[in-house]
Design a protein around this ligand. Structure first.
Ligand SMILES: NC(=O)C1=CN([C@@H]2O[C@H](COP(=O)(O)OP(=O)(O)OC[C@H]3O[C@@H](n4cnc5c(N)ncnc54)[C@H](O)[C@@H]3O)[C@@H](O)[C@H]2O)C=CC1
Ligand SMILES: CC(=O)C(=O)O
Ligand SMILES: [Mg+2]
Length: 578
């Protein structure tokens, strides 16, 4: 469909030459020399190059003479990080977090081997810096923070050029791509081109959690303009200074990108991230049968939430099949909230042996206009299956407000994916005290921290110490006094997306099916022991993200094999996989 232009062909030849020399995974031949190596974060070892390599690679004289081992470099970096922590005590949290991000980012830009080692070993400490919440702050300030490019940018001005541009990426192989258009970055809205921080952060998690080869990951930004007036007026803004493309014009950009990626790396897994709702659903429908892709906000989040919801049922001491009877109020009818409900419906249907949503389901959906009912004017088709008929609303009217809904419904679970910080206020949380449930669950899943629907401290204070709590960003456990601790879970799609991507990649499947996603969610749901669950611990520690990712990846791979979709990866073919 797309013309391979002359420059594309030339790029292809160049890339092939380059790739043979420089991007073979594993123990690799580096045909770069001298300063080019020191300036390439993929290969640079700084002062750790031994004398033999300094001679062979033309580095003699370009480095101070003393060889500092990798372990010494590691210790030196961690020392400077810990000193930064000590020296910034008492300073505003945002500036401390940004300072931490800066020193990690400088290392990322200089020496990826050391960067990923410190990241893997300290993932629990560093995840809040390279991922939510700090990544949100980084995106908000990206144009000012920008020093070196990372990833690829496909803008509205590149129409007709993408098949050629894709060959500008220096690596021959790409396994994993995370792409955004910056239109809904966490709960921070349209951040235009500055949203590139999200694909970068997500791919860092892929490397740390799934062991992806850092030379085979690609963060991508589709810059189709921004409707953020502040950014449009910012003289330093790095993106296109035009309103967002809409309709067919928008889709033609994404189509062209997908075609280019699929041509160059047909086996790469593509994760769509932080697209505004209409494009999140549209692109998922459009591409999910055409390439190995998923939408993390719709599908990854749904799996993590479902695992948490099933954990909440276990925490109540009830059998999993009681999930069907749970009264669940979902606040936020966007890509994440609707994604969660769709997956919950699949789970309920499986348990009930039914097809679709049983008529007596107890799911309630609230958006910015209140309770969603069949009387809603211009009811969004994706919300329609969850809109209540008047006789099902316990007397609540269309648009009833959140506190009213909680008072009347007395839910087992209150789950927020609204992006609105503090919306679970004192009144709402106190209403949760009247819940019929022996152990109600409150999930305040919106990111970053300031957009969480409530803090855990408020949740335990107003809704009661017996609740189970999960946030989307990390929070400290809550001291309830008398030696009691309110456990705080982090219900974040980071528990699943690395395993979904890894399993899909290793399977070599050409698409990601509902069964593969369901396998991922089920794997997470059964990961915790009954003892942990009874203490309100629904998810593993982020410190064990590699173990959980390996399990999830295996579950996804098995599901792909069971569906006869697995074609194999690298030297492991279809037969060996079986
Ligand atoms: N913890 C996690 O793993 C994840 C968290 N999220 C978070 O969820 C939030 C929403 O994401 P999306 O669904 O993609 O956004 P979206 O923009 O598609 O949807 C937001 C929804 O919230 C509703 N809303 C807005 N104001 C409201 C109010 N005052 N009361 C009730 N509802 C209100 C809107 O009507 C809309 O339905 C974001 O903050 C995002 O960071 C998203 C994905 C994963
Ligand atoms: C975690 C995530 O994907 C989000 O907040 O959008
Ligand atoms: Mg997201």
């Amino acid at each position: 469909m797309w013309r391979v232009t002359r420059s594309a062909a030339a790029n292809l030849r160049r890339t092939r030459r380059f790739s043979v020399a420089a991007t073979i995974p594993g123990p690799c031949m580096v045909h770069k020399r001298g300063a080019d190596i020191l300036h390439d974060p993929w290969f640079n070892k700084d002062t750790a190059f031994p004398l033999t390599e300094r001679d062979r690679l033309g580095l003699r004289g370009l480095l101070p003479p003393r060889i500092i081992s990798f372990e010494q470099q590691y210790a030196r970096f961690m020392d400077s990080y810990r000193s930064l922590e000590k020296n910034t005590q008492g300073q505003p949290e945002a500036s401390v977090s940004l300072a931490k991000w800066r020193i990690l980012n400088r290392l990322h830009d200089r020496n990826e081997t050391l960067y990923y080692r410190v990241l893997i070993d300290n993932i629990k400490d560093f995840a809040p810096i390279i991922y939510t919440p700090t990544v949100g702050l980084v995106c908000q300030n990206y144009s000012g923070l920008f020093r070196r490019p990372r990833g690829m940018y496909f803008s509205a001005k590149d129409k007709g050029e993408m098949m050629s541009m894709i060959y500008n990426w220096p690596a021959q192989h790409v396994d994993m791509i995370v792409v955004t258009d910056g239109s809904r970055i966490l709960g921070l809205g349209d951040l235009g081109v500055q949203g590139i921080g999200i694909p970068i952060g997500k791919l860092d998690v892929y490397v740390a959690a799934a062991g992806m080869n850092p030379q085979r990951v690609l963060p991508v930004m589709h810059d189709v303009g921004t409707n953020n007036q502040k950014l449009l007026e910012d003289p330093l803004y790095l993106g296109l200074r035009q309103p967002r493309l809409e309709g067919e014009e928008y889709l033609s950009i994404v189509d062209e990108f997908v075609e280019a990626v699929h041509t160059r790396w047909p086996k790469a897994v593509v994760q769509f991230e932080d697209f505004q709702m209409k494009w999140a659903f549209e692109t998922l429908q459009r591409y999910r049968k055409r390439l190995c892709m998923f939408n993390d906000d719709i599908q990854g989040t749904a799996g993590v939430a479902l695992a948490g919801l099933l954990g909440a049922v276990r925490a109540q001491g009830r059998p999993l099949t009681d999930f069907i009877k749970q009264k669940i109020v979902v606040v936020g009818a966007g890509s994440a909230g609707i994604g969660v409900l769709n997956m919950a419906v699949q789970a309920v249907s499986r348990m009930a042996g039914a097809n679709g949503l049983p008529s007596d389901h107890q799911f309630y959906l609230i958006d910015k206009d209140g309770l969603v009912t069949k009387e809603r004017k211009n009811l969004d088709p994706s919300a329609a299956p969850f809109a209540k008929y008047p006789e099902e609303t316990k007397g609540l009217m269309e648009g009833a407000n959140l506190a009213e809904v909680v008072r009347k419904v007395k839910p087992d679970v209150l789950l927020g994916l609204s992006g609105v910080g503090g919306i679970f206020n004192e009144e709402v949380l106190k209403a949760m005290r009247e819940s019929d449930c022996p152990r109600p669950a409150i999930f305040a899943m919106s990111n970053p921290t300031m957009n969480a629907e409530c803090t855990p401290a408020d949740a335990f204070k107003y809704a009661g110490e017996h609740i189970v709590f999960a946030g989307g960003s990390p929070f400290q456990n809550v001291d309830l006094g008398n030696g009691k601790v309110g456990h705080v879970n982090q219900a974040n799609n980071m528990y699943l997306f690395p395993g979904i991507g890894l399993g899909a990649l290793l399977s070599g499947a050409r698409l990601i099916t509902d069964n593969m996603l369901q396998a991922a969610a089920e794997c997470l749901a059964i990961y915790m022991s009954d003892e942990e669950i009874s203490k309100g611990v629904l998810y593993p520690s982020i410190g064990s993200i590699r173990e959980i990712t390996a399990e999830v990846g295996t579950a996804v791979l098995r599901a792909a094999i069971a569906e006869d979709l697995a074609e194999g990866h690298g030297e492991v073919g279809r037969k060996e996989l079986r």
